[in-house]
Design a protein around this ligand. Structure first.
Ligand SMILES: NC(=O)c1ccc[n+]([C@@H]2O[C@H](COP(=O)([O-])OP(=O)(O)OC[C@H]3O[C@@H](n4cnc5c(N)ncnc54)[C@H](O)[C@@H]3O)[C@@H](O)[C@H]2O)c1
Length: 282
């Protein structure tokens, strides 16, 4: 049986743990916060039960999926994993520390993947003693639904690590797209300027959030408007990504809308906080 450790039990980490568990992997979901682990597990349970109710998975698979996922507060429990997927807070310092610890703890053949939206994979790799095993594995939100995984090759990532990661992505029923390491990769370099402009439209009083989203849904055939999508991603995550694009590419072009900064400072983070451009009850 293959084992994966997922570090970070938030929006992305619990989705990643769910998908690995559903595809037969033993999973340890690790977080520094007990509350995040409990909330992550509750989200997985809800989402597995929803799939079972819809008939998308059998009762047996639902039970097996939940049975395969354990939680822990200690990185030590990552031992024995074939791959670690880090999905902790989008903060370089936090990620560097986690990767340094993991590379000390695990044998050199373990793949160390980061789900970062924008932080350089080559920079993360510099904080390990095996940069050839470090790779980006960028799942999309919501993980159980979305097919794409951007597979990001850092400067020193080996071809073998890319091959193993691509195989694992396919094994999870998802589609890998290989890209080179650059700020925001492809997905966020294209997406975040659009979300930022949508926020400027609200800030400048050009339209309401719902109005901007309707334009993009009905006019551009987007399934979800940019502001509903920003709420889903997390406004703090959007802000962090824009800052990485600013630092790595162009400070003026990627300047976050002041309204975004204000909402994040006020704790309006989108779905996860119950309030963003829209209000969420559940
Ligand atoms: N939210 C999205 O739509 C999205 C999409 C793709 C990628 N990502 C990326 O995924 C990663 C996680 O994002 P998220 O939205 O799930 O964030 P989140 O805020 O929902 O969850 C982050 C979790 O990491 C935990 N954490 C912080 N420090 C830790 C540590 N040292 N060890 C273990 N756990 C730690 C926190 O307690 C929290 O539970 C980020 O790198 C983000 O850029 C996010």
């Amino acid at each position: 049986m293959s084992k994966v450790a997922v570090v970070g039990a938030g929006t992305m980490g619990n989705g990643i743990a769910h998908v690995f568990g559903q595809h037969g992997w033993d999973v340890v979901l690790i977080d520094v916060s007990e509350a995040a682990l409990a909330a992550g597990l509750a989200t997985i349970r809800k989402s597995v039960e929803r799939l079972e109710k819809k008939g998308a998975i059998s009762h047996q698979l639902a039970a097996d999926t939940l049975g395969r996922i354990k939680t822990s507060k200690s990185l030590d429990t990552a031992k024995g994993s074939q791959i670690v997927v880090e999905a902790a807070t989008e903060n370089p310092g936090i990620k560097f520390e986690i990767f340094t610890a993991l590379s000390r703890l695990l044998p050199p053949d373990t793949v160390l993947a980061s789900n970062t939206s924008s932080i350089s994979i080559s920079e993360i790799a510099k904080h390990t003693n095996g940069p050839d095993k470090v790779i980006g594995m960028h799942f999309m939100n919501p993980v159980p639904v979305m097919k794409l995984v951007e597979v990001i090759r850092g400067q020193e990532t080996s071809s073998d690590t890319v091959k193993q990661t691509v195989e694992i992505v396919r094994d999870l029923g998802k589609t890998p797209v290989e890209v080179n390491d650059a700020p925001g990769f492809v997905s966020n370099r294209v997406l975040m300027p659009m979300i930022n402009e949508a926020i400027f439209c609200v800030q400048d009083g050009i339209a309401t959030a719902a109005g901007v989203d309707e334009v993009m849904k009905l006019g551009m055939n987007h399934p979800l408007g940019p502001l509903a999508l920003a709420d889903l991603i997390g406004l703090d995550v959007c802000l962090a990504i824009l800052k990485v694009l600013q630092d790595g590419l162009d400070a003026h072009k990627y300047q976050p809308a002041p309204l975004l900064e204000k909402m994040v400072a006020q704790g309006q983070l989108g779905r996860k906080s119950g309030q963003g451009f829209y209000a969420y009850r559940d």
